[in-house]
Ligand binder design. Structure first.
Ligand code: CP
Ligand code: NVA
Length: 311
C-alpha cells in the first residue's frame, strides 16, 4: 500500500519505483475484478472533471467509463466550451473547479499549463497528455509489458520515431522500472535533452539503461518490445508532408520486426497511421498487442483514480 491520496500525476518522474509498481499491481487487480464482474465503488459520490484542449478517443472514454465503474461521475469539459477558451485564467479555473470536483484530468499543449493548474488546485490534477509527456499512456504500457513478458526489469524496449511526448514518458517509465530503452529518432527529431538527462539519472538508481541513437538497425537487435507513434503529433498537422520524408527510414515494418527477438511484441499508443510509422502487417500481425494496450488504459487509470482520489 502506498499513500498517494491527494497527489498530482503530472509526470512519472514525480513517482518512485515502488509507487509505480503499486499502481501497476492495483491496475491488474482492478482488471481481474472487472473481468469477474465484481462491483467495486470506492469513488461513489466523487467527480472528475476532464478538460480537453485536443482530441481524444482512448483517454476520454477510458477515464469516463473508469470513474463510472468506480461509482463516480466524469464530466467532459471541452476547452472550447468552458470559459478558459475565452481567456479565464488557469489559476481561477483551478480554484473554482476545486470547489466542485474531487479531481481534474487535463489534456493540453504546454506542460507548464498543467503545472499551473496543479499549483492552484486543491484537488489532484492528472496529466492526460501534453506536448512534453503522456504519463497515463505509459502506466498502461508498463502494465501491458509486465502482463505479456512477466517482468519489466531488464526488458529491452526500442522506440522508433519522433522524439515526442510518448518518447519522454517511456524514457521516465523505463528508467524507474529497470528497463533497457533505446529511443531511435532521425536527426532533428531527438528527445528533449533535459528529459533524457533526467531519465538517465533515474536509470542509474534502478539498474536501467536509457540510450538515444539515429541507427535503427543496430538498436532493434535483441529488442523485446518495438514501440512507435505517429510522425506528426496533435498540433503538428501542417508538418505532416515534411515529416513523411524525414521519417521514411524509421518505419516499423516486417523486415525490422524480424531483427528483434523472435518473441518481441509490437506496441503503439494509437491512433496509428497504417503505411506510415507502421505497416498493416505489423500492427495487425500476431506480435502486436496494441488493443490489449489500449484496453489497459481503462484499468491503469482506474488504479490511478482510486489511489489519488480515495483513502
Ligand atoms: N493513446 C491516446 O492517448 O489516445 P487518445 O488520443 O485517443 O486519447
Ligand atoms: N504523440 C501523439 C500521441 C497521441 C496519443 C500526439 O501527441 O498526438
Amino acid at each position: 500500500q502506498q499513500e498517494l491520496k491527494g497527489k498530482d500525476f503530472l509526470t512519472l518522474a514525480d513517482y518512485t519505483k515502488d509507487e509505480i509498481e503499486y499502481l501497476i499491481d492495483l491496475a491488474d487487480y482492478l482488471k481481474k475484478q472487472q473481468k469477474d464482474r465484481v462491483i467495486f465503488e470506492p469513488l461513489k459520490g466523487k467527480t472528475l472533471g476532464m478538460i480537453f484542449e485536443k482530441s481524444s478517443t482512448r483517454t476520454r472514454v477510458s477515464f469516463e467509463t473508469g470513474i463510472y465503474q468506480l461509482g463516480g461521475l466524469g464530466i467532459f469539459l471541452s476547452s472550447k466550451d468552458i470559459q478558459i477558451g475565452r481567456g479565464e485564467s488557469i489559476a481561477d479555473t483551478a480554484k473554482v473547479l476545486s470547489g466542485y470536483l474531487d479531481g481534474i484530468m487535463i489534456r493540453t499543449f504546454a506542460q507548464e499549463d498543467v503545472e499551473e493548474l496543479a499549483k492552484h488546485a486543491s484537488i489532484p490534477v492528472i496529466n492526460g497528455l501534453t506536448d512534453l509527456y503522456h504519463p497515463c499512456q505509459v502506466l498502461a504500457d508498463l502494465q501491458t509489458i509486465k502482463e505479456v513478458k512477466g517482468k519489466l526489469q531488464g526488458e529491452k524496449l526500442v522506440y522508433i520515431g519522433d522524439g515526442n511526448n510518448m518518447t519522454h514518458s517511456l524514457m521516465i517509465g523505463a528508467s524507474l522500472t529497470g528497463m533497457h530503452m533505446v529511443a531511435v529518432t532521425p536527426d532533428g527529431y531527438t528527445p528533449n535533452k533535459e528529459v533524457l538527462t533526467k531519465a538517465k539519472s533515474i536509470a542509474d538508481q534502478h539498474g536501467a539503461i536509457i540510450d538515444w541513437t539515429t541507427d535503427v538497425e543496430t538498436a532493434v537487435q535483441g529488442a523485446d518490445v518495438l514501440y512507435t507513434d505517429v510522425w506528426a503529433s496533435m498540433g503538428q498537422e501542417e508538418e505532416q508532408q515534411q515529416r513523411e520524408k524525414d521519417f521514411e527510414n524509421y518505419q516499423v515494418n516486417e523486415r525490422l520486426l524480424e531483427k528483434a527477438k523472435t518473441d518481441a511484441i509490437f506496441m503503439h499508443c494509437l491512433p496509428a497511421h497504417r503505411g506510415e510509422e507502421v505497416t498493416t502487417g505489423v500492427i495487425d500481425g500476431k506480435q502486436s498487442v496494441v488493443f490489449q494496450q489500449a484496453e489497459n488504459r481503462l484499468h491503469a487509470q482506474k488504479a490511478l483514480m482510486t489511489a489519488l482520489m480515495t483513502d
